[in-house]
Design a protein. Sequence first.
Length: 224
Amino acid sequence: MVTLCWAAKGGSGTTVVTTTFALESERPALLVDLAGEVPAVLGMSAPDRPGVADWLNADGATAQLDDLLVEIDDTTTLLTHRQVGEITPQHGATSARAADPRWQELCSWFDQWEATHHGDVWIDGGTGSPPTALAGGVKHRWLITRACYLSLRRAAASLVRPTGVLLVDEAGRALRDCDIERSIGAPIVGRLPIDPKVARAVDAGLLISRPPQTIRRSLRRIAA
């Protein structure tokens, strides 16, 4: 399964959710960092090699992507974002400069990785509308959002249509499930509880070794 996750507006926890999906996968998992935040979330050192952004903006063969992979644990591999010379990743920088054929080649490589490893590919698309060539090349497109009018308004205006919505479940919101599904044009496929333990795990660099049970259980149910 190849799944793209993104948020229309910041603050939805896209990187934490996508990373935990990969870590909790029952099959080998490839985590693709298009936002540039995964190493920080996992408490890892900054990448010491080029990443997917560098590959997208060059003209190398897809075989070169294998040399860019970093092992997270025994079953999870990371394709980092790192752009040579870039200290702080810029949201949208990857998509702004990559041509559509490069995204199509990348999607084909995802399919090859999935078939070769009998695993799952989880793509952290970050914040903002993902490139249409990327979205068109993956089967599962999940929008992570709160029941927030501004977030839903941005998502509805995007050219990319999700196949499902992961709803950050917070109390006090007036919008109903049917309002969200109607505005986005996709069903709610799962709910993500708000748990302060998640933020503490990220701050302490423990998301790999001790992810909170609440988010683990929720994401396992969604991915099943």
